[in-house]
Structures are given as C-alpha cells and as structure tokens.
Write a protein that binds this ligand. Structure first.
Ligand code: ADP
Length: 551
C-alpha cells in the first residue's frame, strides 16, 4: 500500500523561495576590507538569483548543464548557489587553490559552459582559458583588474560583467518543477592520488542534508544566528551552510578573500557571529592571532570544526577563550555531514570531555559499519578498529563519469552492496560515537601492529612549545615502517627532541614513540587547508629534511 501523502519534490528552488520570503530580512554580509562590509538581505539575494537565472538562460545554459564558479565566499556566490540548481542547471564549484592542470581537467570533465569568476581571481583563470574548449561565457564579478583578459582571442569565451548581466532583468523566475533526484551541484575531491573524482549532489540530497545541518544534534542553527562561513564554498558546498541558512533564516557572514587570521578576528569582534565553521588550521591561526592581540570572540556560542582531526589541545585553548569547538567528521562524498560531537545530556564539563574529542555521533540519515581486515564487520564496542563504511540519502553511491561517460564505482571506494568505503579507520562506541584513529593511508604499520599518526600528533600538539606536528610513516629495515615526527615550534623555542619524546611517553606506549624527528617551518597544507602528508613523505624520501634519530 502506498501512502496518501503528496509527492512534492525536495528542490533547491523551495529553499530559495522560502529563505527569500519567510526569512527575507536575514542577511548575507560580505567583508570588503573597507570601512563598511557589503550587506544584502535574503529578499535581495532571492531577487538577484532570479535575475541571474534569466541571464544564464539567455546565455544558453540549459537543464543538466554545468555552470562553474571560481569565487570566494560572498553574496554573489550565494546567488549562484541558489540560482543555478533552481533553474535546472548544475552548480560546479571550482577550488581556486588547485594546481592549474587539475582545474583545467575538472572544468573539461564537467564540460562547464559558463564560469562565474571573482575579478580578484582573474589572474589565476586567464592563463587557463585557451585550454577550456567547452567554456563559452565568462561572467566577472567584484573588484579586480580586467585587463588580464585583454589578450583573449576570438576563439575564447565571451566576457560579461556580473552586475551588467543582471541589471534590468525580472526579479522573479518561474522555477521549474524538477525531479528531486536530478543533479543540483558537483564537487571534485582534491585528487591526492590519480585524477580528481566528481561527486554529484541531487536536489533531494542537498535538501535533506540542509535539514540535518540545522538539527540541534548537528549545528542547530536558527534565525537567531549569524554564521561565519570560513570553510570555502568550493569545499563541499561550504559544508552545506549556504543551503541550510536559507532554509532556517540564518544570517551569513562571508569573509570573501580576507581569510587571514587578523581580518577574521576583526570580523568576529565587529559583526559578532554566533557560529562559525572552518578546518583546524584556521582555528590554529586565529588562536595565535588573538593570543598576540586579544579580540573578543565570545559571540560565537559554538564553532563547527572538522575536515581534519581537531587536536584536543586546540579545543581546550578555545574553551579558555569562551568559545566551544564542536568536532564534526565528513567527506566530499558525504555532503559532508557524517558525524557531529554533541555529548549526551546531563553531564558535567569533565564528563562531557571524552565525548567532545570524538568525531561525534551519526545522525539518523547516516548508517555506519566498521569493516575489519578480513572483511567481517566489527562490533561497536569502542575497541575494535576497522574501516568506516557509510550509507544514506546524502552519501555518494558513485563518481561522475564526465560528459558522455558512465558513472563509476571503484572497488576501494564502494562495497559490492553499495556502501561508501571512507578510507578512515576508527572505532565506534556502543552509543554511536565515532573515534577516528587515522586515514587508512596514513596509518603507520610497524612490525604487524598499527600506530595512529593522529594520536601522536594530538599528543605532540598538546606540548606548550609545539605549534603544529605531523607524523608520517617512513620505511624502516627492521619494522617495515616507523613514525617520523615533524614539528613546528613556537618562535624562540629550541628543539629538544628528547624532552618531546619524554612528553609523549606520558600518554603513548613506548613502542609507538618516534625515533626520527625533524623540525619544519610549517606543515605543508592541501588546497583546503589540511595537513598534506604526502609532501612530507616525499621530502623525507628526497633527503630534504634534517632528521635527528633518537634510539
Ligand atoms: P580530501 O580527501 O581531499 O581531504 P575531503 O574534504 O573529502 O577531501 O576529506 C575527507 C577526509 O577528511 C575524511 O575521509 C577524513 O580522513 C578527513 N576528516 C574529515 N573530518 C575529520 C575529522 N573530524 N577528524 C579526522 N579526519 C577528518
């Protein structure tokens, strides 16, 4: 028997219409570096999204076609986020920190017809244009020197000014009734091994994910909140915030290109957001900034931190500043919200602590299981470690095959019964809290036992003189692999590896302690600000690190 309920599709256009009417007064504030930021209401964004959709339609963007954005976090990017999927096209966010050849590969693979680009990013895009044959239109938005486009020849894309393109167009659009399973947006994983892989989100997956983001057990945002969206809009849809905020009327504070610690601290002090989201590297940088020049961060009642493991010492440091960091785990393939660490009710601060430092609990929309080495599934006993596999309505079931290609499901990424193999290793407690010990590819396999690089890093970063630490596996004649600890020290501190090793020995089993140590200036980072351990492994292999051995 089927239900008697209406079968209304879950569409981004509904989120847009809802946000721009019911929550029309909520705002997107974009930092400009000038005395006053740019402020735009959700009602204005809704009207401008309609104008953008009319313009893109006139440029020939059709249903199912990809339209790219190479943009910072700002109001115009939000307009593109809402307009492109609502009209039936596919928003393709381009990661502005990718190397040129990967950007070229991605634009061509998705066959982007149009790219909306911030003027400040033109120097990055202009040299790539001769390699982008599918690109017919370039729409330039915001400040930045346009003269870098002077050399485009007749074969290149037509160039338009964003504001001129919108001006005078109707401020309403008759959004089409799409199939909710239709592609709405796409994001490529950063492709640390092999070509980048495209994940294509549907209207339905984004709609359901947005609802989850707003649930109290996740970020719990309402129209009383303003969220500082530091996580880039090209990094897994800014963790779903531009959609979730429109659904719940949450105002957004957008840093545009001002992502350095000093302007971020100023933004928080002046605009008083109640929530923020970013990877640990950003919070490390901000901590150093406010330690040197104090600012009031206490407007933020909670902060979502994820994308990489949050060192417990960082959480403690922010607790002292009156800001609560809430740990979340996710991936491009999981939209990204997979878990969020809210402790159970009724606990003292001390009792909450062991829960807060886990990656968090799974919501109803994410089913999880742990695959053991032999393929058997492991119990949720808080001790049995295996590879995390997940499934759910906002979890990818395949990668995008490109124009004319078939979607594909590599066996190392998808189980035969369709679950996503995350590549993350960890344990799950009986009440569903996930603790990741490592990425499968970062685990150190020493004499048949596994050493968690993450545990060593967290322990090292708790040392008062250590700013950052990254631990990688290096080949070892006797044990197969052993840990190499690379550390960044506070200015003025001297490297006393024996003291660091004794510090570790207080928390870590002796056989897991690193023998090899190296001082580095900073930990290399990926395009989304995570530790890039493959660079350290290569530096070690090429003899570029000055390694001290302590046996
Ligand atoms: P990339 O693989 O390029 O880093 P993603 O942003 O999709 O792109 O990264 C997802 C991965 O980031 C996860 O599989 C996991 O290894 C790591 N990650 C994300 N959040 C956390 C977290 N809270 N703790 C530990 N690792 C995390």
């Amino acid at each position: 028997m089927l239900s008697t309920m209406q079968d209304v599709p879950l569409l981004i256009s509904r989120i847009l219409t809802h946000g721009s009417t019911i929550h029309g007064k909520s705002q997107v504030t974009t930092w400009t570096g000038e005395a006053e930021p740019q402020r735009r209401s959700f009602a204005e964004i809704g009207a401008r999204a309609a104008q953008l959709a009319h313009a893109l339609r006139e440029l020939g963007v059709e249903d199912g076609q990809a339209a790219g954005t190479l943009m910072w976090n700002n109001a115009e990017h939000v307009e593109a986020y809402l307009a492109i999927p609502s009209m039936g096209a596919v928003l393709h966010t381009l990661n502005l920190r990718l190397p040129a050849e990967q950007l070229i590969w991605i634009v061509n693979h998705a066959a982007d017809r149009v790219v909306i680009v911030n003027g400040s990013l033109l120097p990055l895009l202009a040299p790539l244009l001769p390699h982008l044959p599918t690109l017919e239109h370039l729409v330039v938005s915001g400040p930045g020197d346009r003269s870098v486009l002077d050399d485009i020849d007749g074969a290149g894309p037509q160039v338009h000014e964003y504001e001129e393109l919108l001006a005078g167009r109707p401020t309403a659009y008759d959004w089409p009734q799409l199939d909710e399973r239709q592609a709405a947006a796409m994001c490529y994983t950063s492709g640390t091994t092999g070509d980048p892989k495209g994940v294509v989100y549907s209207h339905r997956s984004i709609y359901l994910h947005s609802m989850q983001v707003n649930m109290a057990e996740s970020m719990g945002l309402t129209d009383q909140d303003t969220t500082l969206v530091v996580v880039p809009q090209f990094h897994v849809n800014a963790w779903g915030l531009p959609h979730a905020t429109f659904m719940a009327g949450v105002s957004m504070l957008m840093p545009d290109r001002f992502l350095q610690p000093a302007p971020l601290a100023d933004m928080i002090e002046r605009e008083k957001p109640t929530h923020a989201a970013a990877v640990p590297t950003i919070w490390q940088g901000l901590l150093a900034e406010v330690t040197a020049r104090p600012r009031d961060l206490t407007s933020m009642r909670r902060v979502t931190i994820g994308g990489a493991a949050c060192p417990p010492s960082l959480m403690e440091a922010y607790d002292k500043l009156g800001v609560r960091l809430c740990h979340a785990w996710g991936m491009t393939e999981t939209s990204p919200l997979g878990t969020m660490s809210n402790p159970p009710a009724g606990l003292s601060a001390e009792e909450e602590w062991p829960y807060r430092i886990t990656q968090g609990r799974f919501p109803a929309g994410v089913e999880a299981r742990l695959a053991g080495p032999g393929g058997a599934f492991l119990p949720w006993d808080g001790e049995s470690a295996g590879e995390l596999e997940v499934r759910g309505p906002w979890i990818a079931g395949a990668y995008f095959g490109g124009a004319g290609g078939d979607d594909f499901r590599p066996a190392d990424k998808f189980s035969p019964d369709g679950w996503l193999r995350t590549g993350d290793v960890g344990v799950i407690s009986p009440d569903g809290y996930l603790t990741l010990t490592d990425r499968a590819k970062d685990v150190i396999k020493s004499g048949g036992e596994w050493i968690s690089s993450q545990e060593l890093e967290n322990a090292l970063m708790a040392h008062p003189e250590v700013v950052e630490a990254a631990v990688v596996a290096v080949p070892d004649d006797k044990w197969g692999e052993r840990p190499l600890a690379t550390v960044v020290l506070k200015p003025g501190a001297t490297a006393d590896y024996a003291a660091l090793k004794s510090f570790l020995a207080e928390k870590i089993a002796k056989w897991q302690l690193p023998e090899r140590w190296a001082l580095i200036e900073s930990v290399p980072k990926t395009s989304v600000g995570k530790f890039d351990k493959k660079v350290i492994r290569r530096q070690y292999a090429d003899g570029e690190l000055e390694v001290t051995e302590l046996r």
